[in-house]
Ligand binder design. Sequence first.
Ligand SMILES: [Zn+2]
Length: 371
Amino acid sequence: MRKITICTLLIFAVLIQSCKFESEPTVKCYAWLSDLNDADDAILKKKFKKYKSEGIFGLMYNGGQNAEVYKRLGKIAKDAGLEFHAWIPTMVQADTSKIDTTWYAINGKGESAWNKPAYVEYYKFLCPNREEVYEFLKGMYLEMADVEELDGIHFDYIRFPDVILAEGLWKKYNLVMDREYPQFDYCYCDKCVNDFKQKTGINIKEVEDPSQLKEWKQFRYDLITNIVNRLSKEIRKKNKKVTAAVFPGPNSVAKRIVRQEWDKWDIDMVLPMHYNDFYLKDTKWIGAMCKEAVAARKDSIPIYSGLFICPKPSSKEKEKDPENHGLLPEELDDAISESIKNGAAGICLFTPERMTDKHWKVFRKAVRKQY
Ligand SMILES: [Zn+2]
């Protein structure tokens, strides 16, 4: 009798062990999340526990510039076993009393992103060349970095406005972006124009087609790289990781359309937004972008492949707005597999709230496979 009991116990132990083994994800997965500042603790606890059990490792949470929000939600996320990062836009800033209207970027037609933003009302980009802008951002990020519950700071909109829009968005904005147009090209503020002149001897305002001038491109890549690296240095002093959501590439997309030379950024993780439908591409393209990213980052910091999820798969075909497109459940396994096989350290979902039951079913398996 005793032998049987021991035997049964052993079998149970083996079973429990193997179940546990099966339930541990092999793919590290982050998720971008927002709009839960007002949710109560019980709802957040339930939500975060679900994400953890599905296989999510950490959250990039956009809670605005409010340290108290990150403190409360961060505590609940940590209790659920999740990493927690504050996801806060960098160059895009709504005007507040802390920001002077003269700090906003100026386009090639001399218009300010403050009162004449490109494409959409919220595209109020600051000029990355202004010391006042750096000081404002430093103060804001360091205040957040003091929150004990945070693992890191996640930059977004750390770039210029899209001088060329991703092709999948042309219809939405009724544009054909066959070249760079001055109304979408930044920054031509006095400081940028003068600094460039001093550096190269060229008056950019007198150049007929600034898009052909390599030095002018590099000048603006460097402005973004410089502000990233300066902010990163300060934030890391507070023992927080620094990560960024970036455009794919960097060479094929990010540098070309938003002037992000992110292979030169001194940060801890890069999360390229491989939103294939915005570029009218399939999941193979996601793999190609991961390969390019890994090759570009010779220092081997981890690349997390950002995946854009379709919130209503059954009506995707009829949906005109690309914001409602994205990966269908039947594409998700491929998208994850393409990412990991091409060198990504993991993935990041945009967003878990857009995931349908069918998406979760595919996800659960896909992040637990051996690649
Ligand atoms: Zn400027």
